[in-house]
Write a protein that binds this ligand. Structure first.
Ligand code: FRU
Length: 491
């Protein structure tokens, strides 16, 4: 079936609705400012850092790599934003400034419920890398006002680097002690601590395993509960049976991603309290696992203390190949929408890490509309028996072409004619995701914002995040081989 939705004239009303969606926290009204994705008010941002959920106040805290002096990477600080809905963000003052130990690189934060560090019950403790010319070290800082201001620990650094790349500590509670996952060149190291101040080396992982086209960064060890109904979430008949909890190790890599530049790979395996081992030695084959099959989802982390044991994750929505030259003006970079991570088994019976838009992100769906506003959500139902072609375009002829190939069992997105690609020869690209699970009907969700398209298998078997810079908003949607529902964005 061919369904052609053509909206040659975007009415002034629709345009005004689009503008009204822009959160008041963004002073500049530039065309590529995201409507419902977090972006810094001004200047440069890369990785999300230290994310945690304050359950007493229902507030999500997001810190981020920030250069307050310009729109390219520079001396790193931790910027800060909060949200109660994961869609609209309030900016707060910078929480961590460089000092004599170094600038402030990526890291994590925990709520120290039992006062193990002695900074006070429920103190928020940030663990981060300090980078200087001759090395990288791990430091800590604490907050006793719920994460709005931090004091650096006078005994910093708490873990001295012994190699050049020694960074991005992600700390979690592992039964009766803290566990740090750290990126060290092209390996991951694990350290344990009773109090966040003294750290003991446990083990290393990654030599000759997975992708090694670049430096490893921003790791996270995630525990996935052994709940078979969740593992079978993709309604796959071969539901995997697990007896123990599974662990997934996220490792960002730059360069060396599947479509060039930076990307996030993962390993599924087991954690015995000391060592991470891949599921059935699976990492030894050549196959890499990617969290997202687009070019623009890097250094993905989960929020510490997410409600109901969920794994709510956000990634940096850009790529080191061109992040510093994209055509935004007052700021550079935004984060992805929040996604919930989970484990499922694919048609070959392999465990895979899936991501679905978080319920908070799905709450964006406003009224169903026949208009395609400049920010919206599209739900596609594509027939699993024939190929489908989905084209988003504007009156200038700029377009993004998506293709469901039922024989190759792939979904692809081609942004080579999507708008401005001139700022970097690495930008024009076609990205391809394996479908992983065969279905009669493929439901695909498209989250469209002013400079991004995030495509999801509606059940989370794959996701694909790509930036786009059209000179006018896309206002046509053409679907061959399926049907589409369009929703306005509700903020
Ligand atoms: C990843 C990264 C991290 C580092 C930070 C510096 O994008 O290179 O490894 O901590 O950015 O800004």
């Amino acid at each position: 079936m061919k369904k052609h939705l053509l909206f040659g004239l975007l009415s002034a009303a629709v345009f005004l609705v689009g503008c009204a969606h822009r959160p008041a926290t963004h002073p500049t009204d530039e065309p590529f400012r995201s409507v419902y994705h977090h972006s810094p008010e001004a200047n440069w941002m890369n990785d999300p850092n230290g994310m945690f959920y304050d359950e007493a106040n229902g507030v999500w805290h997001l810190y981020y790599q920030h250069n307050p002096f310009g729109t390219t990477w520079g001396p790193m600080h931790w910027g800060h934003a909060t949200s109660t809905d994961l869609l609209t963000w309030e900016e707060h003052p910078i929480v961590l400034y460089p000092d004599s130990i170094g600038t402030i690189f990526s890291g994590s934060a925990v709520i120290d419920k039992n006062n193990t560090a002695g900074f006070g019950e429920n103190a928020i403790v940030a663990i981060f890398t300090q980078s200087e010319r001759i090395g990288q070290h791990q430091s800590i800082a604490y907050s006793t006002d719920g994460g709005y201001t931090f004091t650096k620990y006078e005994g910093n650094p708490v873990l001295m680097g012994d190699i050049a790349d020694f960074r991005d500590p992600k700390v979690t509670w592992d039964g009766d002690h803290w566990l740090m996952t750290l990126a060290c060149q092209q390996e991951i190291r694990f350290y344990a601590s009773p109090n966040l101040k003294e750290w003991t080396y446990l083990s290393s992982f990654g030599k000759d395993l997975g992708a090694h086209g670049g430096v490893w960064e921003c790791p996270e060890l995630i525990r996935l509960k052994c709940e078979n109904e969740k593992i079978g979430k993709c309604e796959n008949e071969k539901i995997g049976k697990c007896e123990n909890d599974k662990y997934v190790l996220l490792v960002s890599i730059n360069p060396g991603g599947p479509f060039g530049g930076s990307a996030t790979q993962y390993f599924v395996g087991d954690w015995d309290g000391r060592e991470f081992k891949c599921e059935n030695g699976k990492c030894e084959n050549e196959q890499m696992n990617w969290l997202d099959y687009g070019k623009d989802n890097y250094s993905t982390f989960t929020f510490h203390n997410s409600p109901d044991g969920r794994l709510v994750a956000i990634g940096w929505m850009s790529n080191w190949q061109y992040a510093e030259v994209v055509p935004t003006v007052a700021f550079r970079s935004q984060n992805t929408i929040a996604r919930d991570l989970f484990l499922f088994t694919d048609d070959e019976g392999e465990f895979r890490l899936g991501s679905v838009p978080s319920p908070e992100s799905l709450a964006l769906r406003g009224e169903e509309t026949k208009y395609l506003p400049d920010a919206g959500i599209v739900e596609l139902e594509l027939d699993g028996k024939q190929d489908a072609l989905v084209t988003l375009s504007n009156d200038k002829g700029e377009k993004v072409v998506m293709n469901l190939d039922v024989h190759r069992r792939t979904f692809s997105m081609d942004r080579t004619a999507s708008g401005d690609c001139s700022f970097s020869h690495d930008f024009a690209a076609r990205t391809v995701a394996p479908l992983f699970v065969k279905r009669d009907t493929y439901k695909v969700l498209l989250f469209i914002d002013h400079c991004s398209i995030e495509a999801f298998d509606a059940e989370g078997a794959w996701s694909m995040t790509n930036l786009v810079f059209p000179s006018e908003p896309y206002n046509h949607l053409d679907v061959q081989g399926g049907e589409a529902k369009i929703y306005n964005v509700k903020i």
